[in-house]
Design a protein around this ligand. Structure first.
Ligand SMILES: Cc1cc2nc3c(=O)[nH]c(=O)nc-3n(C[C@H](O)[C@H](O)[C@H](O)COP(=O)(O)O)c2cc1C
Length: 166
């Protein structure tokens, strides 16, 4: 089963990336990482071949972890620029997606569910689990990841297995 973590943080090698890799590991998934920031100005060019190739890399995965820091109550504009390159309804069709966001405080704990998940669903993804929100100051030591994988891990993996058997 293949997973890809799409990291929508303007800053590379971020805690957001680390959290996404920890989530993949906790689910027992080998995970390729795509740092959207590394696509650079090509994100603004609809014909940039390296961005098209990045879209295809994401589409080749069974599980897509869409990860972003929380900026102004929502996911980053950088991640949106990349997701806008996927066709509506078919861009992530049949793929399992997990929205993951990190934030500085608890005020936006529903942001992955209310802001990021709807975009993934709009692209055709199946999102069988709640969006995961983690605090940037405690995500390595608190129980949020363990609670999430305990509640949703099997559901995510079962949904992804159905895809691979198709
Ligand atoms: C422009 C900007 C806006 C932010 N807005 C929010 C916010 O609305 N809510 C929140 O909890 N944290 C907010 N933060 C804090 C980041 O979401 C938080 O520090 C994040 O976990 C950083 O992840 P990183 O270490 O991977 O960069 C904001 C940070 C920046 C730079």
């Amino acid at each position: 089963m293949k997973a890809v973590a799409v990291i929508g943080n303007p800053k590379p090698a971020s805690r957001t990336r680390d959290a996404a890799e920890r989530l993949a590991a906790a689910l027992g998934l080998d995970c390729e990482v795509l740092e959207v920031a590394e696509l650079g100005a090509g994100l603004l060019d609809r014909d940039a071949p390296h961005v098209t190739a990045a879209v295809q890399r994401v589409q080749a995965a069974d599980v897509v972890i869409a990860a972003s820091p929380t900026y102004k109550g929502t996911y980053t504009g950088l991640l949106k620029l990349f997701l806008d390159r996927f066709p509506t309804a078919t861009g992530l069709a049949g793929q399992v997606a997990v929205p993951l966001m990190l934030g500085a405080g608890p005020a936006h704990a529903l942001a992955p569910e209310l802001t990021l998940k709807p975009v993934l669903v709009e692209l055709g993804a199946t999102c069988p689990a709640q969006g995961l929100y983690q605090l940037d100051s405690t995500y390595t030591s608190d129980s949020a990841l363990a609670r999430f994988t305990g509640q949703w891990g099997r559901t995510i993996l079962s949904a992804a297995t159905l895809r691979t058997e198709r």
